[in-house]
Design a protein around this ligand. Structure first.
Ligand SMILES: NC(=O)c1ccc[n+]([C@@H]2O[C@H](COP(=O)([O-])OP(=O)(O)OC[C@H]3O[C@@H](n4cnc5c(N)ncnc54)[C@H](OP(=O)(O)O)[C@@H]3O)[C@@H](O)[C@H]2O)c1
Length: 346
């Protein structure tokens, strides 16, 4: 079956998705009977392409790789590269699936939330890796999708393509997930790892994380725990049906942790990790983000570098821990593919 797909935002994740769809074309068709036709792309800096017969993915990736704009697409017919606001693109395209891949605004969820709602109103499934709408508007958007017989899928918002939501939905189906505890931010885990294994102080480890592209020039969202906070709110609301707001969750990052703290913990057989924790107790969902000293026997203590991990406590399987990438072009592109394949399977 062929699916017509439209992309809003074509940066790292969008190009990661396009690359996978091209490279895995035969595998996806032969194994799953899945074919993708990219019929629309709109991006703030890179322009617009609206091509109902399907975009030539290698040609687009070649253009973008050379720093060119979608208006340079060699096969464009007149009118196919007219700049379009995403809201207009959603209206004009006949895509049945919209991949919303613009930047995360964790205070409003906009403008992505408006794009998603419009797509759902017009009968299109939505997949996104954008934490804003998922953390702030999940219940409303999910309900809108349900009422329209559509899917709103968010695998990439937590741990990139490491399949948290698919695991709960498919592999652990039938279990009651009671509690989750995880390392949901790779940058802080990288910093804490360097402080312990190479004896760096916090400033030097942060500078290295910035040099290696793990941390932004302004690292606040990572080191003060706000990124992990958005993710634990998403997990709480999706897995436990909660209605938590980011403002209701206590949040402390790692910026006050010193080399001496890390060394003292190590000497006592513990390891510092930035832990995001949520559980449902007596019908009440509670969550917290804070640095914790874990015993080395805890599976999360062994997760080093920029990796993410999550332990889910379930009624039938006990504790299940998954570990994997928390970011990356291919990994997050894959998260979008995994959601699109889930729609295909339905
Ligand atoms: N990269 C990862 O590893 C990763 C992992 C998990 C989740 N995510 C999330 O996935 C989303 C995409 O990430 P990314 O790494 O691909 O970001 P990116 O490289 O910055 O790409 C986003 C693209 O969307 C464009 N854009 C922003 N606002 C737009 C709008 N209103 N309309 C149309 N285009 C717009 C951006 O243009 P401008 O540059 O002009 O703003 C940019 O070209 C983000 O929400 C991010 O938090 C990313």
């Amino acid at each position: 079956m062929e699916h017509k797909i439209g992309l809003i935002g074509c940066g790292t994740v969008g190009q990661g998705l396009l690359g996978i769809l091209h490279d895995k074309k035969d595998h996806l068709r032969d194994r799953f009977g899945f074919e993708a036709r990219i019929v629309a792309i709109t991006d703030k800096i890179r322009g617009t392409l609206l091509v109902p017969e399907g975009i030539d993915i290698p040609a687009v990736l070649d253009l973008l790789g050379k720093g060119k704009n979608l208006s340079d697409y060699p096969k464009a017919a007149p009118g196919q590269t007219e700049p379009l606001d995403p809201l207009d693109m959603i209206e004009k395209t006949d895509a049945g699936i919209i991949a919303e891949l613009t930047y995360t605004d964790i205070t409003t969820g906009e403008p992505a939330a408006s794009y998603i709602k419009k797509a759902l109103r017009l009968g299109k499934h939505v997949v996104t890796s954008n934490k804003g709408p998922a953390a702030l508007h999940y219940k409303e958007i999910r309900e809108m999708a349900r009422q329209n017989g559509l899917q709103f899928r968010i695998e990439g918002t937590v741990m990139s393509g490491t399949p948290v939501f698919h695991l709960v939905e498919c592999g652990l189906a039938g279990n009651d997930v009671r509690e989750v505890k995880g390392i949901l931010n790779g940058t802080t885990n990288f910093i804490l790892t360097k402080m312990e294994t190479e004896g760096m102080d916090y400033g030097a480890a942060l500078a290295l994380a910035q040099k290696m592209g793990y941390a932004e020039a302004d690292p606040t969202a990572d080191v003060e725990g706000f990124d992990a906070l958005a993710k634990i709110v998403i997990l709480s609301n999706v897995l436990f049906g909660g209605t938590l707001k980011t403002s209701e969750v206590p949040c402390k990052g790692i910026s006050a942790i010193t080399k001496a703290d890390v060394e003292a913990a190590k000497a006592a057989g513990f390891r510092y990790k930035l832990i995001a924790h949520a559980k449902k107790e007596d019908g009440v969902v509670k969550a917290i983000v804070s640095p914790q000293k874990l015993p080395l026997s805890d599976p999360l203590a062994g997760v080093m570098g920029a990796h993410n991990a999550l332990t889910l406590e379930t009624d039938l399987m006990g504790k299940v821990t998954i570990q994997g990438a928390g970011a990356g072009k291919t990994e997050t592109g894959f998260s979008i593919l995994s959601d699109i394949l889930a729609i295909h399977r339905c």
